[in-house]
Ligand binder design. Structure first.
Ligand code: FMN
Length: 397
């Protein structure tokens, strides 16, 4: 499973302004199951309190190569051996340069030289510093030594500049670390996922839609990418960020979603229909806003094409996985859907329970195929997604 469960992460915090985000990085790593210890440089200490890092990591923060107690037992060597992975986040320009030269003049740089664990760095600095030739060459050198670079983001910086050099998001840092421990169960496979709700226009301002947030679909997208799949998303109405590593096609209505899926389904190995697609749409879309005084008092509906059933009917169909959001007769309704649509498996969720399902961060589902019916106990949607993808890989690939 794609988590950091039982993994020991040594987080190095160096002197970038973004060090104030390091307690959040600790949290995100812990959320994925890691035990985290922190080494901080003197530069890092200028931007974040050791007390915060100590409280959140629930471990002493290591800051001193010359710590008398620690060095009795060779503290820097112990830390270097303890770690399954070392992540420097944020990595300052100075610390990056020190890594390039193999310097060992503080605890962090010494640990890096002494560790055999994988090292990841998340550069964070002013856009001009990041764009400098020295930085580019330094990063290139580190890459050639198998240091993994967590690319910084683009945007407004603490100094007011706009450009590349912002620390990657803490959640992305944690997830990229988790990816290192993956099984690559969908390596080389192509996956198409529909995500979110559809919007069916009534007139230029009104529509019929649903409460889908897109969280479950986006968690599946993360899980597929982490499992090594080339992932394409067809995304309707969502209230979350889009997974940037996937190719994404944005749509509004069910008809647009149908076209986007059909135009991109050839050569896919796996199709996951996770979107909450409207079964019906208004038969007529008024060009003008319908007035309160209008004689129209009801909306006539016509049926939308069934995307999942249509993909299942294709001659060279991919493995097709559907979602069934049910409120009653859960298992029998899901089995009926499996048979009716001729898909390979149905992920059933009980949306009558507000703690799980549509807008919630958690879910509890049943994985139902012709041969298997397995409950996946309540957990975060990300963990549920990883379990689903593991099952798909195990049963169908
Ligand atoms: C206010 C302020 C903000 C800074 N922000 C950054 C930064 O975002 N990234 C960076 O690489 N250096 C930044 N620096 C410079 C580093 O803190 C400095 O190079 C320091 O020596 C780094 O030490 P370290 O790499 O041992 O942690 C900043 C300095 C100051 C005074």
């Amino acid at each position: 499973m794609n988590t950091l469960t039982n993994k020991r992460v040594l987080l190095g915090v160096s002197g970038s302004i973004a060090a104030y985000k390091s307690p959040d990085i600790v949290r995100r790593l812990q959320d994925l199951g890691a035990e985290v210890r922190v080494v901080i440089t003197s530069g890092g200490r200028e931007f974040v309190s050791e007390r915060s890092l100590q409280t959140i990591s629930k471990n002493k923060v290591h800051d001193n190569l010359w710590d008398k107690d620690a060095e009795l037992s060779m503290g820097h060597i112990e830390l270097a051996k303890w770690a399954d992975i070392v992540i420097i986040a944020p990595a300052s320009a100075n610390t990056i340069a020190k890594l390039c030269h193999g310097k060992a003049d503080d605890l962090l740089s010494t640990v890096i030289l002494a560790t055999s664990a994988t090292v990841m760095i998340a550069p964070s600095m002013n856009q001009q510093m990041y764009a400098s030739l020295a930085m580019k060459e330094n990063l290139q050198l580190l890459k050639s030594r198998n240091v993994i670079i967590i690319e910084p983001g683009f945007g407004e910086q603490a100094c007011g500049d706009v450009g590349e050099g912002r620390l990657a998001e803490p959640i992305d840092i944690a997830q990229q670390a988790a990816e290192l421990f993956l099984s690559n169960s969908l390596s080389g496979k192509k996956v198409l996922i529909t995500i979110g709700g559809t919007i069916e226009a009534i007139d230029p301002v009104r529509f019929i839609s649903n409460h889908s947030s897109g969280k479950m679909g986006m968690s599946l997208a993360h899980a597929c990418i982490q499992a090594g799949a080339k992932t394409t998303l067809v995304v309707g109405s969502i209230s979350i960020e889009v997974e940037r590593r996937a190719e994404t096609i944005f749509v509004t209505s069910a008809s647009e979603m149908y076209d986007a899926v059909m135009n991109n389904i050839t050569s896919q190995d796996l199709f996951i229909s996770c979107a909450a697609v409207a079964d019906y749409r208004p038969s007529k879309v008024s060009l003008n806003k319908i007035k309160k005084t209008s004689s129209i008092k009801s909306i006539q509906l016509i049926e939308n094409k069934d995307i999942l059933a249509s993909v299942c009917k294709l001659k060279d169909k991919p493995i097709c996985i559907g979602f069934a959001a049910e409120t009653e007769n859960l298992i029998s309704n899901a089995k009926h859907k499996l048979k009716n649509k001729k898909c390979d498996a149905i992920i059933l969720n009980d949306i009558s329970n507000s703690e799980i399902g549509l807008k919630s961060d958690e879910n509890e589902v049943h994985f139902i195929s012709e041969k298997n019916s397995e409950k996946i106990d309540k957990n975060s949607k990300q963990i549920i997604a990883e379990i689903i993808i593991n099952k798909i890989a195990k049963y169908f690939f």
